[in-house]
Every structure is written in C-alpha cells, then in structure tokens.
Write a protein that binds this ligand. Structure first.
Ligand SMILES: Cc1cc2nc3c(=O)[nH]c(=O)nc-3n(C[C@H](O)[C@H](O)[C@H](O)COP(=O)(O)OP(=O)(O)OC[C@H]3O[C@@H](n4cnc5c(N)ncnc54)[C@H](O)[C@@H]3O)c2cc1C
Length: 414
C-alpha cells in the first residue's frame, strides 16, 4: 500500500525526497533514536517503494553480489545482516562476506518490515523545492508531479542525483544512429537483450564495465573493454581507511574545501575492478571472447553501414555493433533543478559541484539536509555508498531530534 496525501495541500515535519538506501538508512536511524517521530515524516519516491532503483540496477546488470561487506546496510545495528544471514551463509561471498543480491534485498525488506515502513512511501516525484517563510522561519513547499503541494519544516534530499557522465565525443556524433546502439550503463538492461554474435565495445574501467562484459558474453556477444589508462584492480571502490579515522581524521581537519575535493577525487581515482571479476575477465580474454584495450581513448565514433566505426587517440580504428558507456555518474548541485531555488535563497559555496554543508549535512542557513554523493565534502569519498549513508545518518539524526541543534529564525525568503 502506498501513502496518499489527505488533501491537495498538506503539511509534514520532515519530508525525505527519495526512498533508496540512503533514505532507508536515515529513517531506520531516526526511528531507532526517537520512535515518536514515526508519524512526523513522509518519504516521497516515484516508485512508491523502498530501494526500487537499487533493485532495478542490480537486476539489469545481473549483479550476483554486493561489492561492500555485510556490515554495510541500512539497519542501525551493524551485525543485523549477518544475523539475518544465519542459515544462508552460502549467500555471503568471499573474501569479506559480500552479501548476495537476493540476500540483501530480503534483508532490506526485513528492515522495512521491522521499522513498519511498508506504507510510508508516497508515490510521486518532487518537481520543485521552494523555500518559503512561515512565522519568521524558513519552511519548504514541495511541488509534486501530481500538482499536489506539501509544506515541510525540514527536508532531506536523498535522490541519488548522480548525473550520467558522457565523454565529449559522444555529444559530437554527427551521423544519425539507432538510440539503442549507444547507451550509458544505467540505460542497459541485460534482461531485455539478445546479443548472439554481436560485438560490444564497453568504455570504462570500473566494476560496472566488468558486470556488463560478463553479462554480454553470457548472451553470446564478443566484448572489447576500452580504458583511458591501465585497468586497476581493487577490492573496494575506495580504500577502507576512508571508513574510519585512518584517513577521515586528516580529511576532517582539512579546512580548505578545494583540498578536500581533490582528496575525494584521488581516493576514488576513477573506477576499479575487483580481483574476482578480473579473474573472470582474464579467462574470457584467453578464450578470445574478450579483448582489453588499455590506455586507449576514443576521439570519434560514426555510425556507418549498420555498425560503429571508432577512432582512438593512438590512431587505432575499431568496429562494433553497440557501444556501452560505463563512464559513471557525476554529482553536481549547481545543475540539480531541485536545488535551484534553495541556492538562490541561501547561496552556498560550491566546490566542483559539491555544496559546502555544515557538520549535520545541512544547507547553509536552512533546514535542508543532503545525503549521498553531494555530501562528500563532509563525509569523504564513501558518501555515495552504504557506509556513507550510515555516516550521514549519524550526522543528520541529531539535528532532526535535538531542538538545540535547530537553526535560529531567519530572514524572509519569499
Ligand atoms: C550497480 C551499482 C552497484 C552498487 N553496489 C554498491 C555496493 O555493493 N555497496 C555500496 O556501498 N554501494 C554500492 N553502490 C553505490 C550506492 O550504494 C548505490 O548507488 C545506492 O543505490 C545509492 O543510494 P541512494 O539512496 O543515494 O540512491 P538511489 O538508490 O538511486 O535512490 C534514490 C531514489 O530517489 C528517487 N528520486 C530521484 N529523484 C526524485 C525526485 N525528484 N522526487 C522523488 N524521488 C526521487 C529515485 O527514484 C530513487 O528511488 C552501487 C551502485 C550501483 C549503480
């Protein structure tokens, strides 16, 4: 059952935009801290469900298990997933008990059930966040795609909000081509494709590239993985030192936001494959089903005679039937439509698209909180991950539950 707004214009204390892993983590942490807040928030997501985009992405790429270990999940108790997995130990994958996709989904459903959140997602997209003044305090009016209006005292933005990152050459293709022949990884759904005998060029050296390659080969395709630099092999997308004081102490002590931004970029350092997937890909490479092209960058692609002709900086030329861009996403608050009016009313310093938030991940001067990759200047390079969601919960929950941490009344914003 989905939530419905009682009237076209209604009010809530806390509006959480998005119902992904970040939002679920926040809500579970919030209710753990103060169960009386149970009827004081609304979560809004176009799917009307928790974790729908996560499930879609794992299913579309046929990902067998998570990259992060079993301690990372939305429940406040770090051991809850391990306990849930008792009797299902074959669904925890080496080397560090990486939860299987089905196990993780079942666990998240259990979190939703235990915290009685089944019917707490309002099915709608938020199309506008408008800061307004109400009795001398800043409030927000959310506009939903249904036309409904919702007033909220506090707002949490947990929309994922990564923008697809496309290489320049992809914007400059002059020939007309069938749309399905050039896709960003987030637009590929392996479940819908028949690839027998096709040649697929996958651009990018992250784990997504590896998942796509394995999936396409299983469907009978021949794959070429092209990477601008050398492929990197790492267990996790950021060093585990970023989960605790080893790196975070110095990161938090860094007062220069530009410096923090470059520390984040260095730590993520482009994409990397796990050793397990590299082993699988090398096997395919030996059997001729896969080819790696490292230190190779596309300068031009043209659709000619029903296939792609691709030219690279090193002068090499390639032909293929499909190109998939596993080139990642970029977090940029300056181009996030939902933040436009917030930024106009409460101008906030931005560093390479990331807002400078306070320690509670609050937008400067108002009660709008930001989760996920956009909170990286405070949380560090794992902000977008499950571990970052926990860190965000730890920062936001005190500000939502302690009146002493609320902002003072502000000037008029409308
Ligand atoms: C393939 C893949 C595998 C990953 N594996 C791992 C892993 O193993 N471990 C790990 O820690 N991290 C992993 N991540 C990274 C990260 O944990 C996930 O991307 C995670 O889903 C991010 O959670 P989120 O809540 O920020 O975003 P999402 O899961 O994208 O959820 C955001 C929700 O907000 C909704 N929304 C967007 N705009 C609006 C709007 N205007 N109004 C209302 N709702 C809106 C969306 O519909 C969506 O449901 C992975 C990412 C990908 C892509």
């Amino acid at each position: 059952m989905n939530v419905e707004l009682a009237s076209p214009s209604t009010q809530t204390d806390i509006a959480i935009i998005g119902a992904g892993s970040q939002a679920l983590t926040l809500v579970a942490h919030l209710l753990q801290k103060r169960s009386s807040l149970n009827n004081k928030f609304v979560t809004i997501d176009p799917s009307g469900k928790w974790m729908s985009r996560w499930q879609q992405q794992f299913a579309a790429l046929k990902i067998p298990h998570l990259r992060s270990p079993a301690v990372h999940h939305p429940d406040p108790n770090p051991y809850a997933l391990r306990r849930f997995a008792e009797g299902r130990s074959d669904e925890l994958f080496p080397p560090y008990d990486l939860p299987g996709t089905q196990l993780f989904d079942d666990f998240c459903r259990d979190v939703v059930h235990r915290w009685q959140l089944e019917d707490r997602v309002l099915k709608a997209a938020v199309t506008r966040i408008q800061p307004i003044t109400d009795w001398g305090r800043c409030r927000f009016q959310l506009e939903l795609e249904t036309g409904q209006l919702l007033k909220a005292r506090r707002v949490v933005l947990a929309t994922g909000s990564g923008k697809l990152q496309l290489p320049d050459w992809a914007h400059q293709i002059s020939s007309a081509y069938p749309q399905e022949r050039l896709r960003h990884s987030q637009q590929v759904d392996l479940r819908e494709l028949h690839l027998q005998g096709e040649r697929i060029l996958i651009v990018g050296g992250g784990l997504t590239s590896g998942h796509l390659a394995v999936g396409a080969i299983a469907l009978g395709a021949k794959v070429q993985i092209m990477v601008r630099r050398q492929l990197q092999e790492r267990l996790f997308d950021a060093d585990p030192g970023w989960l605790g004081p080893k790196y975070l102490k110095a990161f938090r002590a860094e007062a220069d936001w530009e410096q923090r931004s470059s520390l984040i970029q260095q730590a993520r350092n482009g994409g990397s494959m796990t050793p397990a997937i590299m082993t699988q890909l090398r096997r395919y490479s030996r059997s001729g089903q896969l080819r790696f092209d490292e230190q190779c960058e596309i300068v031009k692609a043209e659709w000619q005679d029903s296939c792609w002709r691709v030219s690279c900086t090193d002068g090499s030329e390639h032909e293929c039937d499909r190109i998939w861009l596993a080139t990642g996403t970029r977090f940029d608050a300056t181009t996030e439509p939902l933040l436009k009016e917030v930024q106009e009313a409460f101008p906030t310093e931005m560093i390479n698209g990331l807002p400078v938030l306070d320690e509670h991940l609050r937008w400067s001067g108002c009660e709008l909180f930001v989760m996920g990759g956009l909170a990286a200047l405070q949380l560090g390079p794992v902000a977008r991950n499950l571990s970052g969601a926990r860190m965000a919960g730890d920062r936001i929950v005190p500000a939502l539950t302690k009146s002493s941490l609320a902002l003072l009344p502000v000037r008029n914003v409308s």
